[in-house]
Write a protein that binds this ligand. Structure first.
Ligand code: PEP
Ligand code: MN
Length: 276
């Protein structure tokens, strides 16, 4: 198959991504359990700084928060744009943690590059091939989320687009796929995690929030992901999910997030992963 750079050959060591931040180096990849947390979207400076500090104190290693949000309806809250990026930068400064945020449109690259440590390519853009190629020319890690209905092969080829342009720092994020099942927002593909850890040298993380769409399913799916060999989790957390401007039903309260971190820490120890 054409995903020759994304898969292991006899010489390829596991890719471990090192992100230098104020609080030291954060690693993603084999041997580490890395937790990314924060709200779906950056909604305001006050709310973001509050939740960023909370998740940091509860053990998160990387902050998340969308400034450019892909929304199904053109009338939904689509993020604060550059103002949101500046809030992320302030949170990064205050917490010392790296941040990941989505780049939707190549026209925003300069700004997203400037204010983030990891650039997220969302599910809806997983086959935006010109965007992927551009990510191959960027000297920052790229997190490629699995497309809404992408096969594992298509997903690996999306990673290959980035790798073949020279950027070796790609993280794969399983976030569930569309199936006939509608009781959950998406159907999480746990086998894909085990398969990819075997086939590829790239870090694989799981987003149990978008994968399920339901707060009460986030912890069990997060644990299943780690048991299957995931290198980390990306979890949505909001101080008041009922009032979230996007993805409230799947967002954890800080208390629930604390419980997930506690169990993830225990599982990481069993898996002999370092919980940084
Ligand atoms: C997100 O993580 O902010 C997001 C929009 O997820 P996805 O692209 O997986 O739907
Ligand atoms: Mn979301």
């Amino acid at each position: 198959m054409d995903y020759k750079l994304a898969v292991r050959d006899n010489h390829t060591a596991d890719t471990i991504i090192n992100i230098a931040g104020k609080a030291g180096i954060t690693r993603i990849g084999k041997g580490y359990c890395t937790i990314i947390a924060g709200p779906c979207a950056v909604e305001s400076r006050e709310k973001y700084l509050e939740i960023a500090l909370k998740v940091k104190n509860m053990g998160a290693h990387i902050l998340r928060g969308g400034a450019f949000k892909p929304r199904t309806s053109p009338y939904s809250f689509a993020g604060l744009g550059v103002e949101g990026l500046k809030i992320l930068e302030e949170a990064r400064d205050i917490t010392g943690l790296p941040v990941v945020t989505e780049l939707m449109d190549i026209r925003d690259l300069e700004q997203v590059y400037r204010y983030s440590d990891i650039i997220q390519i969302g599910s809806r853009n997983m086959q935006n091939f010109s965007l992927l190629r551009e990510m191959g020319r960027v000297d920052k890690p790229i997190m490629v989320k699995r497309g809404l209905s992408a096969t594992i092969e298509e997903w690996l080829l999306a990673a290959e687009y980035v790798l073949c342009e020279g950027n070796k720092e790609v993280i794969l994020c399983e976030r569930g796929i569309r199936t006939f099942e509608v009781m959950t927002r998406n159907t999480v593909d746990i086998a894909a995690v085990a398969l990819l850890k075997d086939l590829s040298h790239l870090p694989v993380i799981v987003d149990p929030s978008h994968a399920t769409g339901q707060r009460n399913l986030v912890k069990p799916v997060a644990m299943a992901a780690l048991a299957a060999g995931a290198d980390g989790l990306m979890i949505e957390v909001h101080q008041n999910p009922e009032e979230a401007l996007s993805d409230g039903p799947q967002s954890l309260t800080p208390d629930l997030f604390r419980q997930v971190v506690k169990e993830a820490r225990d599982l990481a120890a069993l898996n002999k992963q370092i919980f940084q």
